[in-house]
Design a protein around this ligand. Structure first.
Ligand code: IPE
Ligand code: IPE
Ligand code: MG
Length: 233
């Protein structure tokens, strides 16, 4: 396969439905979903993908039942902490995108620690979107830019594509080439709206807990067939 996307972003959807279909608790679906996360990180690294962004928790997901929110917080922290040594070994640099102000002090510290310990990874950048939404990111970026205009560091005329991109959580990362959403839903649900401008999209029916190496490779085949034009002939 020659056409490997440099940056793949995945909306990991369908954990709850997968669990319910088996008569299990929704949280069992999230636990099984972590296995898919590990499989996709490995596959991405193996295939030479340089950036992998995973949508793990949206700013809207706080509206779910408290029990599920708590389980997701716990699972996220425990999994990333547990996997940190292996991620370091694999050369994976972890970066967390999204808000941080709504996490407990303990969670915030853990996330910082994970980012610090994996900072030297140069094989794959793994961006985990946690308490993330694109509109929230754009609001924060706009405020940061406005503050610079107010202080005179920037003028209004300086604001362009690059300046906006540089104030997003994904600053320094290329835009995603390929966005995958599992479970058959065909929407972005507030994910990377600015960055997705020319991304190819793929909506497989597979539920996230079943999206493993084979499904990942199939997605790469789908991408390789696409003809990207970027508005020019
Ligand atoms: C994705 O699975 C995980 C998160 C959004 C945290 P869902 O929990 O949305 O599963 P479905 O869509 O209800 O099946
Ligand atoms: C999007 O999935 C968020 C994540 C995968 C983290 P949701 O399940 O929350 O989105 P909707 O509600 O179906 O749009
Ligand atoms: Mg869902």
């Amino acid at each position: 396969m020659e056409k490997i996307p440099a940056h793949i972003a995945i909306i990991m959807d369908g954990n709850g439905r997968w669990a319910e279909a088996q008569g299990k608790d929704r949280c069992d679906g999230h636990i099984e979903g972590v296995v898919s996360v590990k499989a996709c990180i490995k596959a991405a690294r193996k295939r030479g993908v340089r950036y992998l962004t995973l949508y793990a928790f949206s700013t809207e997901n706080w509206g779910r039942p408290q029990e599920e929110v708590d389980a997701l917080m716990q699972l996220f922290c425990a999994s990333v902490t547990k996997e940190t040594p292996e991620l370091v070994e694999q050369g994976v640099q972890v970066r967390i995108i999204g808000r941080r102000d709504r996490f407990s002090e303990e969670v915030r510290e853990r996330l910082l620690h994970i980012e610090k310990s994996t900072a030297g990874g140069d094989k794959l950048t793994l961006a985990l979107a946690f308490d993330y939404s694109s509109r929230d990111e754009l609001v924060r970026a706009t405020r940061a830019i406005a503050a610079k205009v107010e202080s005179g560091e920037l003028s209004a005329e300086d604001i362009n594509d690059e300046i906006i991109s540089a104030h997003l959580d994904t600053a320094d990362m290329p835009d995603p080439d390929f966005i995958i959403r599992t479970s058959g839903e065909c929407r972005l649900s507030n994910f990377l709206l600015w960055q997705a401008s020319y991304a190819e999209m793929y909506f497989p029916q597979t539920m996230w807990p079943e999206f493993r190496e084979e499904a990942f490779d199939k997605a790469l085949e789908v991408y390789a067939e696409r003809n990207r034009r970027f508005g020019v002939l």
